[in-house]
Design a protein around this ligand. Structure first.
Ligand code: HDE
Length: 694
């Protein structure tokens, strides 16, 4: 374990995990029984070239254990990345809830968070167009509370009974297991075209929210309406929101696809590296609070309908606490793979509602984990074990870890002194909601509007966001081979917005709908990513392209200024090692350019130096690197002769996010400020990039 890890804040969960941390790199090599092994490189054979012997228990054990290393992957959200951290409430929320982690501002509640994609298998890449999971396990003093959310505030369907259908439709097709990590195929869009309730979530999926730049730069949502219950037994409806300090930022689609090949672990690596560098990602927890008497005050929105959000224009999000991730797992399998989130994991003061999606989830998570984690004792796995004491009469089953003492394994008992007792207070109590009605299978009338909020989302987008959404529909539907499915989707889109439907139709070879529908014209000020800029440029990756003869003073000034702001400049040259600077010095190269690609960086800088610029102009890889970064709307900067490389890459004289300084040596302050601001703005989509060949 490195010194940074040793120095970290020790949380209660961390200390609990210490009990099971082992360092197998010490001492003698043994079997699972602790018997020292004499040779682990050669099987026991009858004669030097003879057959292996059955009695070689070390060989058999080693192979058997290897054969059984894999467990079933999650049926959805199989690809994930996790991290430890803590949550701390700003001020007591005791007027709303009795949950003590939300009432005591001095408490730092340990958490384990797992981010994920949904469609792809465990080995799929990080950057498909997909929803991202945002699952938080809080190890509170009153038991584990899991907030198992996504990075989008709504869901595809309204009733959990449709979940197997939507997942079957989006997963790889069953005859050929194609496509991996993508929704751009016939079965998904067939389902969408026949199930109009998907329209709202699907437009989020077609937006840049579905291709986050980083797990650290995406929002999280509890999606369902929850119930908070205070000490007096009064209940309030809430919606949970996580808002990242770094802003909500995305890739562009072409970039996301290329990253899938250049670095399939892009988001996982980004999370890991930021935490190792001490740049701990942070989110604000916010709640929308809806008093019970206002439950029916939102026309077209039933609080129990997971395809709807409550517009923040109507109910603002109140910041209530902070989530910080400050420690990487020690072991991927033991922690990130074996963690089991469950919508059932509730603590006193937090309850569910009758949202039929939430109700189905209450069943599904535990059920799937019984298979995935091999039996009913998975809550005893170190990563799942609560910090709160566990005492009950559950027993036996595969993988039982505890050795229970005594004989009273039932309730009531006198032999065990009646223990464990049902406590008089402090227990989880279901909110005593009044329920009555006939048993029936019927979607509520109040769930009926499938288009209004999709229209609201579309109306609230900036011009470039709208362009990206149209392009995404065109891409996805363009991959759909059956024309009638494309036609049906365009028909549904016409109910969202006539212009949107027409633009998509033109791109996918179907006739634009003739009949103009009425757009309600309403907008929300909270849905566009342009209103979620975040703070600063910390952890932004900046490529500095150099060759022999580079202007050392310019490199030094730019890299120092960026590093001072927490950004990560990397010096890239044609080959690894060092380059000779214009003044005869030597500059270490971080990596060779060909092991990387522009898509792995947030910005590109080309420092001056005549010979360096000349070499880069002659290097097609370098020119492509710059053109591609520019096309992806990234900041591009140059000093001195570096400008000629931008020209050779086909960049215009001036453009948003293009920062240049003519002179050699350390560039002036306004260049540096211009570059930092351009990076902080993330992307410059107000450029005309159609003619750029990259
Ligand atoms: Fe899940 N979901 N889900 N889901 N879900 C699972 O549980 C399910 C839904 C979400 O990092 C599974 O342990 C049903 C909404 C996340 O381990 C499974 C329904 C939201 C994760 C399951 C939904 C989510 C899962 C698969 C419709 C956002 C990954 C493995 C009623 C609020 C958790 C597992 C992790 C995982 C069922 C809908 C989020 C099969 C039946 C809505 C983040 O139980």
């Amino acid at each position: 374990m490195g010194s940074a890890a040793q120095d970290r804040d020790r949380t209660a969960k961390d200390r609990q995990l210490d009990e099971v941390r082992v360092d197998p790199l010490q001492g003698a090599l043994t079997t699972d029984q602790g018997v020292p092994v004499d040779d682990t490189d050669n099987s026991l054979t009858a004669g030097e070239r003879g057959p292996s012997l059955l009695q070689d228990f070390h060989l058999r054990e080693k192979i058997t254990r290897f054969d059984h290393e894999r467990i079933p992957e999650r049926v959805v959200h199989a690809r994930g990345s996790g991290a430890h951290g803590y949550f701390q409430v700003h001020e007591s929320l005791e007027h709303l809830t009795s949950a003590n982690f939300l009432c005591d501002p001095t408490l730092r509640t340990p958490v384990f968070v797992r981010f994920s994609t949904v469609q792809g298998g465990r080995g799929s890449n990080d950057t498909p167009r997909d929803v991202r999971g945002f699952a938080v396990k809080l190890y509170t003093q009153e038991g584990n509370f899991d907030l198992v959310g996504n990075n989008m505030p709504v869901f595809f369907i309204q009733d959990g009974i449709k979940f197997p259908d939507v997942v079957h439709a989006v997963k790889p097709e069953i005859h050929n297991e194609i496509p991996t990590g993508a929704s751009a195929h016939d079965t998904f869009w067939d389902f969408v075209s026949l199930q109009p309730e998907t329209m709202h979530h699907v437009i989020w999926l077609m937006s840049d929210r579905a291709i986050p730049r980083s797990f650290r730069m995406m929002q999280g949502f509890g999606v369902h309406t929850f119930r908070l219950v205070n000490g007096a037994g009064e209940s309030t409806f809430v919606k949970f929101h996580w808002t990242p300090k770094l802003g909500t930022h995305s890739l562009v689609w072409d970039e996301a696809q290329k990253i899938g090949g250049k670095d399939p672990d892009f988001n996982r690596r980004d999370l890991w590296d930021a935490i190792e560098a001490g740049q701990y990602p942070e989110w604000e927890l916010g709640i929308q609070v809806i008093p019970p008497e206002q439950e029916f005050d939102f026309p077209g929105v039933d609080l129990l309908d997971a395809t709807k959000l409550v517009p923040e224009d109507l109910v603002p999000v109140t910041p209530v606490g902070r989530l910080v991730l400050d420690r990487n797992p020690d072991n991927f399998f033991a922690e990130t793979e074996q963690v089991a989130y469950c919508v059932n994991n509730l603590v006193p003061g937090i309850d569910v509602t009758d949202d039929p999606m939430m109700q189905a989830r209450m069943f599904s998570y535990l059920d799937t984990q019984l298979t995935r984690l091999g039996g009913p004792n998975f809550a005893q796995l170190p990563i799942n074990r609560p910090l709160a004491p566990v005492a009950n009469h559950q027993q036996d089953g595969f993988g039982q870890q505890s050795v229970r003492q005594g004989t009273a394994n039932y309730h009531p008992n006198s032999i065990g002194g009646g223990c464990p007792v049902v406590p008089g207070s402090g227990a989880f109590t279901h909110f005593p909601q009044h329920v009555e009605g006939p048993k029936l299978r019927k979607r509520p009338e109040s769930f009926a509007d499938h288009f209004g909020q999709a229209t609201l989302f579309w109306n609230s987008m900036s011009d470039w966001e709208k362009k990206h959404i149209v392009a995404a529909y065109r891409f996805e539907l363009g991959k759909v081979t059956r024309k009638e499915i494309r036609e049906r989707v365009v028909g549904l889109l016409n109910n969202v917005d006539h212009e949107l439907a027409g633009l998509v139709a033109q791109g996918v070879g179907v006739t634009p709908p003739a009949e103009a529908t009425v757009n309600h014209g309403a907008t929300s000020a909270f849905l566009s990513q342009t209103v979620l800029p975040g703070e600063g440029i910390a952890t932004r990756m900046v490529a500095v392209l150099v060759a022999d003869g580079v202007d050392a003073a310019a490199v030094e000034a730019v890299t120092e200024a960026l590093t001072a702001q927490g950004a990560v400049p990397e010096i890239l040259a044609a080959v690894d090692g060092t380059v000779t600077t214009a003044d005869g010095g030597s500059l270490p190269v971080t990596r060779s350019m060909t092991t990387m690609a522009s898509v792995l960086y947030d910005a590109v800088v080309v420092p001056g130096g005549a010979a360096s610029a000349e070499a880069l102009v002659a290097d097609g890889f370098a020119r492509h690197f710059i053109a591609e970064a520019y096309k992806h709307a990234k900041p591009v900067a140059a000093t001195g002769a570096g400008r000629s490389v931008l020209d050779a890459a086909g960049l215009p004289e001036a453009a948003p996010g293009l920062v240049a300084h003519d002179g050699d040596g350390a560039p002036p302050q306004d260049f540096v400020t211009g570059l930092v601001d351009a990076i902080a703005a993330h992307r410059h989509h107000d450029r005309d990039v159609d003619a750029i060949a990259a």
